[in-house]
Design a protein around this ligand. Structure first.
Ligand code: AMP
Length: 988
């Protein structure tokens, strides 16, 4: 028997083996057995004894290394078994077996019979026992065959002579394991093999920290299912939305959902929560960073969630924690009184020191003094006035430093004490500071007349009414009403006459204060002016709804001893601009705000405030965007071009914060004021949002040039180009994860009542973790910025392919039209950035949609996703799903990936567009299917006519160098279409 030995071949292994030995395995693989690192004998069992032999060879460091070899090629009927010891599976349900071996080419062995083999078999057997039955009793039926292994590379005598060793590596996986461990067995049926190494491992998703949540080391699932893992917030963080991720079968983490945020008193630094330093605080978990204590407050200790007020300063219950601590105001100054019989007008000047607040109000305390000595004997006896006097507009909580007190008793001494108050007066233990005025009333005039404002119509007309006791000197013939603009007395009087007790005065100027005076003419002539009223007409842009506490513009004084009966008619004004909650862009039908009893009722959730509701757009920027010192920004490189100028990446280092990478948009020189406003409007919109799927605003630079908007940096840029660049490279779950993120961002926007209008993959940005965020909030963007926007017949500029029909035809933009656009984005994602409706013209798209045509499912699109797209493209907008429903549907699909297995179709292209139809050469065809980068590959491989392409198979694409699975699929399915066109059906 000639027994070939291959020991001599092993010497050249040295180098190879060393390389292997030094190899670091990926950290998502956990090795259960590695024959190369076994310290002593492997102790595997071989049967029969003349079969597999354990041979030690030395690696480069002279460390013995175990191999098994068999080479009984000269004899037929070989059945040589080699079995490992029990390999504990450590809870893994799926393990991988990596075999490295060399195999001798039978033809290269002189004189071997035809029974020589070039394969061997690998089996496994699950067991709970560390001791297995002896191999000589092996029954194949107890073992499960993993595979018959053939060498990709066998070697010949020449190779041996040349000392060229051809090492093969094969990896197989075994899933569904449940027992304590498994035995692996190698069956040789007559080959010449050296088993150089065996490694058994399983995959896990290694411990990861993302969005402040820690995800533990997780063993991958048994089949291809994803394992959903709940993250736990890192120390000092709390859940904003339950953090979850999915561990995929190949050991990667997918689809991060939810996030933790640092609790109050802590801020995020490099994935940890760090306590705020003394002098800093963070009030809410939702705030990103610790910030400096506001004026007149301090925090001596770390972790402050609010700062404590300095001595003598206070914080009112509703004061934001970011507001400076304040103190009560000083006393009002310079009180003066104007007595008219039994009425007195008191006026004073505001306190010199407001205490740092804007909510100063005044209270007037009244005491009546009898003229008799008081209890102490030396001063008058004074008692509280009680309910007798009438204070106009009120006694307490006066916002202007003036009050009219009527219905006082004649010939009586009064003392009025006036105090200034603010929101923290009640918190201060110090005595209040008051100013006092003493007043003595006189006799009442019996011929009183009272004038009232009865009605205010529009902005230029008022109706007055008056009444009074009949004058003693005759019957009233008529009344004369005289009026003039206050402060213009010398120039213009207007005199009107009436017989009745009321009059409407027209032709007044809006927003102007007038003095009206009235006197009666009797048989005996004109009497004295008895009534006088001062009032201001409405401003042009004011709405006639009232909030008596907010905007009282009626200022009334009485002259000539009149007792004023002021009827506060509904004449109060709430300016739409001031209320700050008008959404200029939004649809009134969908408007959530309501006016109730003349007051703006705010919805419970936060609502987006359109910058146009601000009279001064700069104020909107100040309200919603933080000003950043330009010295804190370092610009590094240009990454894109925006409508208003370059977009750069760079670093932002705010005082006492860690440096972060940012994107910086700047406004190019030579801009108009309108352009500056439009540019900054994006910041005042973005600054109102706080959601992990909405691009975050870091701040703005407006105090020096160029004006800049600074946002978080998104490493992978815009979604459309990102997808095109990585065509075919993501799992469907990763794609669904991206869609889920976009839907969650849109859900947030729709809940804020913000309608995006230009939702498209080009306006989504992608960060390094594949998290997608909605961006592009500029006001002018739909009109100007978007190259996809085209003019419609009604004059507006609209990105037709992404826009719902009702928005195109009658500009009905709503969250439901955003849902339509979202369906198009889903289509863009699944087709890796394909252009919706391909090269169809905009007009054709509009027509096709109107006739009921909808985009077909892209290649490899799961049925459920295409159905969701079709739901988004329902003609009737109320039939489309809401963003919240879309998020729930996608969450369900991610949890149950088998629901994504059924694909909508296998052909990429459907009528009305079949790009292959237009192709006459291979180059054209590749260009049309966007695979033009492979023109060289095809021509070098000899495929020069379209007919020749019809027979290309996957393995030929491999050989040509078309390696990406997604590209192969795209090309092959297009070939199927070509075959249909040619009436050919070839198995590819
Ligand atoms: P935009 O003016 O917002 O359309 O931005 C123009 C281009 O600049 C985008 O298409 C992106 O490629 C890039 N870009 C804008 N913002 C960012 C960001 N936050 N991170 C990374 N790239 C960005």
């Amino acid at each position: 028997m000639a027994l070939f030995r291959i020991y001599s071949f092993l010497a050249p292994f040295h180098i190879l083996v060393l390389c292997q030995a030094l190899r670091n395995y990926p950290d998502n693989e956990v090795t259960l057995l590695d024959s190369m690192s076994a310290p002593g004998d492997l102790g595997w069992e071989a049967y029969p004894p003349e079969g597999w032999e354990e041979i030690s060879v030395m690696d480069e460091r002279n460390i013995p290394m175990r191999t098994y070899q068999v080479c009984n090629v000269m004899e037929a009927n070989q059945n040589n078994w080699l079995r490992t010891g029990l390999i504990q599976r450590e809870g893994a349900q799926r393990v991988y077996v990596e075999i490295k071996f060399t195999l001798r080419d039978c033809n290269s062995l002189p004189g071997v019979p035809g029974t020589c083999k070039e394969t061997f078999n690998v089996y496994y057997h699950e067991s709970n026992n560390a001791v297995a039955a002896p191999l000589r009793h092996i029954r194949e039926s107890q073992y499960v065959k993993i595979d018959t292994i053939a060498a990709d590379e066998s070697f010949t005598q020449t190779d041996v002579g040349d000392r060229v060793m051809k090492l093969n590596t094969e990896v197989r996986d075994i899933s569904g394991l449940s027992k304590r461990g498994l035995y692996l067995a190698f069956q040789d049926l007559g080959a010449c093999i050296a088993l150089v190494s065996l490694r058994v491992f399983y995959k896990r998703c290694p411990l990861a920290v993302l969005n402040l949540a820690r995800f533990p080391d997780t063993v991958t699932g048994g089949d291809s299912a994803l394992v959903e893992v709940r993250g736990t917030c890192v120390e000092d963080a709390e859940e904003l939305e339950a953090p979850r991720m999915f561990c995929s079968a190949d050991g990667g983490w997918l689809v991060p959902i939810g996030r933790c945020v640092c609790r109050p008193g802590f801020e995020e630094v490099d994935g940890h929560c760090q306590p705020c330093r003394s002098g800093f605080y963070k009030a809410s978990a939702m705030d990103a960073y610790c910030v400096k204590c506001p004026p007149h407050s301090y925090s001596h200790q770390d972790k402050a969630s609010e700062c404590v007020c300095e001595r003598g300063f206070y914080r009112a219950e509703l004061d934001p924690r970011s507001m400076a601590c304040t103190r009560p105001p000083s006393a009002p100054g310079n009180p003066i009184s104007m007595v008219n019989e039994t009425a007195v007008t008191l006026e004073w000047s505001p306190p010199r020191e407001s205490g740092g607040r804007g909510d100063v109000s005044y209270s007037v305390h009244c005491r009546k003094c009898s003229g008799e000595p008081g209890a102490a004997g030396d001063s008058e006896k004074c008692v509280p006035c009680g309910s007798g006097p009438h204070f106009n507009p009120r006694q307490f909580g006066l916002t202007h430093p003036r009050v009219l007190v009527t219905e006082l008793q004649p010939h009586t001494n009064y003392t009025f004490s006036i105090e200034a108050l603010n929101g923290v007066s009640d918190l201060s233990p110090s005595p209040r500071q008051l100013v006092s005025v003493n007043v003595t009333t006189s006799q009442t005039d019996k011929s009183q007349m009272s004038v009232i404002l009865k009605e205010r119509k529009g902005t230029d007309s008022v109706t007055l009414a008056w009444q009074g006791p009949e004058p003693s000197d005759g019957t009233v013939v008529e009344y004369e009403v005289t009026y003039y603009e206050k402060n213009q007395q010398d120039q213009n009087y207007t005199v009107l006459k009436t017989k009745s007790n009321s009059m409407t005065v027209d032709g007044l100027k809006p927003g102007t204060t007038y003095i009206f005076r009235i006197r009666a003419r009797t048989d005996g002539g004109y009497g004295n002016y008895r009534g006088e009223i001062e009032l201001e007409t409405s401003h042009e842009d004011m709405l006639a709804v009232g909030d008596p506490n907010q905007q009282t513009i009626l200022a009334i004084s009485v002259a000539g001893g009149a007792v004023l009966l002021v009827l506060l008619v509904a004449c109060f004004v709430v300016s739409g601009r001031r209320c700050g909650y008008i959404k200029a862009k939004q649809d009134p039908e969908e408007e959530k705000m309501q006016f109730q009893h003349g007051r703006v009722k705010l919805p419970e959730t936060r609502t987006y405030i359109h910058p146009h509701t601000y009279e001064d757009p700069n104020q909107a920027v100040r309200d919603f965007a933080k000003e950043i010192e330009v010295s804190n920004i370092r610009i590094e490189r240009v990454i894109g071009a925006g409508e208003f100028g370059e977009v750069c990446s760079g670093r932002l280092r705010l005082p006492s914060k860690r440096e972060i990478q940012v994107a910086i948009k700047s406004l190019k020189a030579g801009y108009s004021e309108q352009q500056r406003r439009d540019f900054l409007s994006e910041a005042s919109i973005m600054g109102q949002f706080d959601h992990p799927n909405i691009i975050r605003l870091e701040g703005v630079v407006t105090r020096c040039k160029p004006v800049m908007i600074v946002t978080e940096y998104m490493e992978n840029g815009s979604l459309d180009s990102f997808l095109k660049k990585h065509d075919g490279q993501f799992t469907v779950i990763q794609l669904v994860g991206m869609m889920r993120g976009i839907a969650a961002g849109m859900q947030y926007l729709s809940e804020m009542n913000y309608v995006h209008r230009d939702l498209a993959a080009r306006n989504i940005l992608v960060n390094g973790n594949l998290v997608c965020k909605v961006s592009d909030f500029g006001l002018s963007r739909v009109l100007e910025d978007d190259p996809e926007a085209a003019y419609t017949t009604r004059g507006g500029k609209i990105p037709i392919r992404w826009t719902a029909p009702e928005a195109i035809t009658y500009r009905k933009f709503t969250s439901a039209s955003d849902v339509w656009s979202y369906g198009i984005v889903m289509w863009e994602v699944i087709s890796y950035g394909e252009r919706p409706y391909w090269e169809m013209s905009n007009q054709d798209v509009i027509k096709a949609i109107d006739e009921g045509y909808r985009l077909p499912a892209p290649m490899d699109c799961p049925v459920v996703l295409h159905q969701l797209m079709l739901d988004c493209w329902e003609k009737n907008r109320s039939d489309r799903p809401k963003f919240g429903q879309i998020v729930n549907t996608l969450d369900r699909l991610i949890r149950n990936p088998s629901s994504l297995k059924q694909l909508a179709n296998t052909a990429v292209w459907e009528d009305p567009v079949t790009p292959e139809a237009g192709a006459s050469t291979v180059e054209d065809w590749l260009d049309l299917i966007k695979m033009g980068q492979y023109k060289e590959h095809f021509s070098s491989a000899g495929y020069v006519t379209l007919d020749s392409v019809l027979y290309v198979s996957a393995s030929e694409l491999d050989k040509m160098g078309v390696a990406l699975a997604g590209h192969q699929k795209k090309i092959l399915s297009s070939i199927q279409c070509l075959q249909t066109q040619h009436g050919t059906q070839v198995q590819v």
